[in-house]
Ligand binder design. Structure first.
Ligand code: FES
Ligand SMILES: [Fe+2]
Length: 444
């Protein structure tokens, strides 16, 4: 049966979290995609870069907010600016490099020149052609509405009504960064690995929570012996859900295992504890009693995967409804020497990214899922996200951190789509704040 416009327009029909089903049209419909750019990417706090990537005046890194390209640059006052990469004269881009260092941004069309804070400072023919009749203060580069950082991770939003970054992140978003920020002792290496996959961006996000697929999708990686099954597909799972769609899903350790680990760790000297940050008192204090036991994959909504191994971050950047660009950032501890850094780079290259063993398998599956999401014969057949639904309980710790500790499940994926639908239905930030679902309690 061919879908009617009405079916696409009925936002309530996209995700049925009671049944655990999702309308597969959301993975290819161009109208839904266009609305995502406005309702999600333009409103959310989007990850821009780590402050170590732009330490000095004039250092810049290019990124995207939805499909808007932005320049993230350190200005002459040491402040980080997020400037829209489009000249207000005819719309040409003013920066074509991926990253670098500059004194200004010079438009290659007619030569307007912009300072590091976006101000228009140079106009060829200002006196002779414009007759000095151009108010330069009105014709600078557009800027993100808000820029803010958490433990060195810089975010920006185009929406002046967005709540403060830490309110948006909530405890799950903050914990996701705490897991890798190690209290500010990390930096991002040069060389962001980028590749494109013919898939909808949400499938790439949904997959990072998915611990059902590894033994099947990544069987060839298992057979190489590089990764063992207990690591790739652990049965003991822990899910942490936060407001606005943030989540952490994957392996976890039980309270008893953690207690045994800590008892054993007491015999280690401080020096011995250092290489494993998770074993430190500082980690326990920062991550909290539940967070310290979670070792799954966090996603900061909408599209920042923080790899819990602590060595990689990945942005799933939309490039149209049928295409996603993956950007892999490599994190190292500042104190690491050259040999240790090299080892991290080798691991980062071999696990994920365009030359990795894992996402080649994933990407092929996502692209097939995307292609079949809008076929006349099957598009009315919803997709199933119901694994574990109704069978688990949210445990609330006295610290305020909550978790679901269970077998392999799809709780975080369903939470992602449920929250996605709420973002899509909200008229603006005040209505999203008022109407979004708080993280579930009780039976889930
Ligand atoms: S388009 Fe930039 S100076 Fe004309
Ligand atoms: Fe995978």
């Amino acid at each position: 049966m061919i879908a009617t416009d009405q079916q696409v327009l009925n936002k309530d029909s996209w995700v049925d979290h009671e049944k655990g089903v999702v309308d597969r049209r959301i993975f290819s419909d161009p109208g839904i995609y266009a609305a995502e750019l406005e309702n999600i990417f333009a409103r959310a706090w989007n990850f821009m870069c780590h402050e170590s990537q732009i330490p000095e005046t004039g250092d810049f890194f290019m990124n995207y907010i939805g499909e808007n390209q932005v320049i993230v640059v350190r200005d002459r006052n040491g402040e980080i600016q997020v400037l829209l990469n489009t000249c207000p004269h005819r719309g040409n881009t003013v920066c074509r490099a991926d990253q670098g260092k500059t004194r200004s941004f010079f438009c290659s069309y007619h030569g307007w020149n912009f300072d590091l804070d976006g101000k228009l400072v140079g106009v060829p023919g200002y006196e002779n052609f414009y007759r000095s009749d151009l108010d330069k203060s009105e014709w600078g580069l557009s800027k993100a509405a808000q820029v803010s950082g958490y433990k060195g991770f810089i975010f920006a939003t185009l929406d002046p009504a967005a709540p403060p970054l830490e309110d948006f992140l909530g405890w799950v978003g903050c914990l996701s960064i705490d897991m890798v920020a190690k209290n500010g002792a990390v930096e991002v290496l040069d060389g962001i690995q980028k590749n494109r996959i013919q898939c909808n961006w949400k499938l790439a996000v949904d997959n990072l929570f998915d611990w059902y697929h590894p033994k099947v999708s990544h069987y060839s990686a298992l057979r190489t012996g590089m990764i063992d099954e207990a690591f790739l597909a652990p049965l003991q799972q822990m899910v942490l859900l936060g407001d606005y769609g943030h989540g952490i899903s994957g392996p976890g350790v039980t309270e008893a295992e953690q207690a045994a680990f800590e008892a054993a760790n007491k015999h280690l000297t401080n020096k011995d504890k250092l290489p494993n940050w998770r074993a430190s008192e500082q980690a326990k204090a920062e991550l909290g009693p539940v967070g310290i036991r979670a070792t799954g994959h966090p996603n900061i909504f909408p599209n920042l995967w923080v790899s819990t191994g602590g060595t990689q971050l990945c942005l799933r950047i939309p490039r149209g409804p049928l295409e996603t660009e993956l950007w892999w950032f490599t994190l190292v501890e500042k104190s690491m020497n050259a040999t240790e850094r090299k080892k991290i780079v080798q691991m980062a290259t071999h696990f994920f990214g365009p030359a990795g063993l894992l996402e080649q398998d994933d990407g092929e599956n996502w692209s097939h899922s995307t292609r079949t999401s809008n076929l006349g014969a099957t598009r009315d057949r919803p997709l199933n996200f119901a694994m574990g639904r109704g069978h688990d309980t949210v445990k609330l710790d006295p610290s305020g951190q909550s978790s679901i500790e269970t077998a392999v499940n799809e709780h975080a994926q369903l939470w992602l789509y449920r929250s996605w639908q709420e973002w899509m239905k909200a008229e603006d930030w005040p209505s999203l704040i008022k109407n979004h679902s708080a993280a579930p309690t009780g039976t889930i």
